[in-house]
Design a protein around this ligand. Structure first.
Ligand SMILES: Nc1nc2c(c(=O)[nH]1)N[C@H]1C(S)=C(S)[C@@H](COP(=O)(O)O)O[C@H]1N2
Ligand SMILES: [Mo]
Length: 165
């Protein structure tokens, strides 16, 4: 991927993905750094995520260009909306959330798609798949965007950072 013309404060993954999903976890550490708009930082272990409200979203598919489709999966975890509600007041001003992996992949989610629960298909930080703990190989912790029906660009494995801007 070319980096020509990119502004320095924008992450590379905003400008496209080669569509060769990385098969290997970047590290064993599944803890997530949450960075709030005022710069406040929290380290979230998987146990900390397990202590937050639990949601299951059934019938999820990972649809990959050129690699076929896998699923259906039932993913379990905490919704991104519930996670943010635990750390940010309702009136906090922010526009988007960057969910970034340890291997340099990421997705930028608009406020509306993060907070609107998309009916019963909300954005989820998943640590269970089909009722079992997700392996690190499979992405623990993984962002699941149940309404994304192509390319899997929001199905971020190995979430390492969540940055609210
Ligand atoms: N961290 C990370 N997440 C990622 C990717 C990646 O390279 N790194 N690739 C994406 C792409 S392009 C696809 S198609 C899916 C593949 O998911 P799977 O490995 O569960 O089939 O993961 C998505 N999430
Ligand atoms: Mo993909």
């Amino acid at each position: 991927m070319s980096t020509a013309g990119h502004t320095h404060d924008e992450p590379d993954w905003l400008h496209g993905h080669p569509h060769e999903p990385n098969p290997a976890p970047p590290s064993d550490d599944a803890a997530i750094t949450l960075i709030l708009p005022d710069g406040e930082t929290h380290r979230l272990t998987v146990d900390a995520l397990r202590a937050l409200p639990f949601t299951t979203v059934p019938n999820c598919y990972i649809v990959s260009t050129g690699h076929g489709t896998s699923g259906p999966f039932s993913f379990g975890g905490v919704t991104l909306a519930a996670l943010l509600a635990a750390f940010l007041p309702d009136e906090a001003k922010w526009q988007f959330v960057d969910v970034v992996s340890g291997d340099g992949f990421g997705a930028r989610l608009r406020r509306e798609e993060t907070l609107d629960h998309a009916g019963d298909r909300p954005m989820l930080l998943a640590y269970l798949v089909n009722g079992e703990s997700m392996t690190r190989q499979a992405g623990l912790v993984r962002l699941i965007a149940p309404t994304e029906t192509d390319d899997a660009l929001k199905q971020v494995k190995w979430v390492a950072q969540i940055v609210v801007k």
